[in-house]
Design a protein around this ligand. Sequence first.
Ligand code: PGA
Length: 260
Amino acid sequence: MEVIIKPDSDAVSKEAAQLFEDQLEKKPTSVLGLATGSTPLGLYRELVIMTHAELLDFSRAITFNLDEYVGLSGEHPMSYGSFMREHLFAHINLPAENIHVPDGLAADIAQHCADYEEAIRRCGGIDLQLLGIGSDGHIGFNEPSSSLSSRTRLKTLTPRTIADNARFFGSAAEVPRHVITMGVGTIMEARRVVVLATGASKASAVAAMVEGPIRASVPASILQMHQKCVLIIDEAAAGQLERADYYRWVYDHKPEWQRA
Ligand code: PGA
């Protein structure tokens, strides 16, 4: 895993935006896996600015979002469908038919999850998967104890994630208990993975992901097994990494041809 430590969240967003630019330049028809939450907001702002400056072209890209709350329609203001429209999709030239977000109102959730997996396969698989990390080490909504080979399915949120996400809803009581999420196995099949984390509240999850043992109680730790995973974090999120100086050394000495 490549660990890139940046001074602040702005620099994290800019570094991640370069990866997207690089990806779309190399393959305009890229299949992008997208995430929600506070962490990617700065990146999405960058992508919008770059699209308006004609540095980015999403017209042939395809996207798959990681997850959605069960019980919320894609029109519900707290749904991830709405989140993505508000922060990205409404501002870039991505055709509506190329957008995929799990349907929180699917009547047959198991079938919907199987169809979602099939849609990813039909599009050729995910080229670049964006992830945040939960304070409990989750990726997507794969909470601790998720199978490390899981596929898209229904999950029950932990009380900690419900508390973390209560800020979006007003109160914990309003946060849905269930979600549809791509599985850990689904995520691991992406050709390239970029994980973003900012702030001291992520420091222990980041340390467990990078330097701890691989275990289902920290689903993000399976990314140690991914051949092309880059973690971009700010100084606060790097606060508990034992080898932070080594990661900085590696980044500073990276050959030019390896940079995005
Ligand atoms: P956050 O969520 O970006 O809102 O901190 C990250 C996650 O839960 O994956």
